[in-house]
Design a protein around this ligand. Sequence first.
Ligand code: UN1
Length: 500
Amino acid sequence: MSNALVTEKKLSNFINGEWVASNHERFAPVINPANGEKLLDVPLSTKDDVDQAVEAAKVAQKEWALVPAPQRAEVLFRIGYIMKERKEHLSQLLTMENGKVIEEARGEVQEGIDMAFYMAGEGRRLFGHTTPAELKDKFAMSQRAPVGVVGIITPWNFPIAIATWKSFPAIVAGNAVIWKPATETPMMAYEMAKIFEEAGLPKGVVNVVFGAGSEVGDAMVEHPDIRVISFTGSNDTGRQIAGKCGQLLKKVSLEMGGKNAVIVMEDADLELAVQGILWSAFGTSGQRCTACSRVIVHESLKERLEERLLAEMEKITIGDGLDENNKMGPIINEAGLRKIEKYIQIGKTEGARLLAGGYALDEGDFSKGHYFAPTLFTDVTADMRIAVEEIFGPVLSIIPVKSLDEAIAVNNDVSFGLSSSIFTQDINNVFKAQRDLDTGIVYVNAGTTGAEIHLPFGGTKGTGNGHRDSGQAALDVFTEWKAVYVDFSGKLQRAQIDVE
Ligand code: UN1
């Protein structure tokens, strides 16, 4: 029944405001991970398609940059309103291609709507700075200038929200965009392209090229006229992109995951901590960069916490995300499932104690999709692979500690630094933790997920390379700072020399 929402059988690229078939007739099937049904075909485009998109984007960008920013923002407001009208439709399609439960899909679409209105507001800000000049009768300011044509490469786990975090600041700042969505989740890009068109975004300002990272992604990274690459995805791919961009002196913004922990202190509200952990560990089947995969608990609370988690985990209803009763949907695909299984084996071999789950669900209806049982390991030590490597599934490890100092040290002793959280009622713990937790996002008395779009999103160490998505910080990725001096003295004034 729900397949009726999928109107296309084969997608085309969106280049210069037209639906253009890829120059190469190659496609990959898009599969609903909940039931294995094929939804449609996505083109596997190549370098030629990227070249064509960049040519269109270059022309469009020149015009777009001259449109006053408040007018560019008008288009974003319209995009936001159309997304709002279509929220339910988009959410259902999102659940079908990605698997996340419908309530979470609605949340993700809302995140995109929020981003549209927030960045539209930037059209009347885009603040620069004026600053005194060191010479008389001279004026100095710095302002944001668009970069030109920018490339965004977005993942399957948040196919609409992350695309808005990247494309909306790029658009409002006067850039043109080449967007490569993940091949697993192209319908969100198709729907967004239609919305861009309807909202009156000029042709060529956003171009969507579908395809694999090894072809379309590489062609974007290597294209001399794409001046910025903003990527969210795996650590390996991110490092390869960073290497190439480094050689080409191309600006690159990376977000590559986390190994996020919840710390539960002796004085925590245990029930609240249980709720926060469950939501951030098993929501989205653990397939968030911000997902909680470690609980660092004061040893005095460990057993009670384990009992409460186990009792609540049994209640998690698993299945097709379109069914409102389900709280956990499928894993994106077979490869994702196999990776999780591999880590279960690693955990067992390392000596962690498996308290619940640890297996794929394949009986009855589950056999058609890719489902994994919520999993809890305990007696995990901070150096085990399951405690330091990103699993991207519903697998949680409990690590007992003796003090806050030890908890913070364990939290920080991983190569990632995206999100962290502490449950405590002691104000001293709160301030110490927010200062010392080495992550880009810190929560107090809440789980590790749920970042809001007007704050910077990103992390330290292996999570990225110092840039941030969303919030004001995203504008730094998609603009260049330009320093402008206006000398109105009517004579030659030499800086640093003619200073009285
Ligand atoms: C991601 O997992 O890559 O903070 C994005 C959160 C969401 C975004 C997650 N707002 O969990």
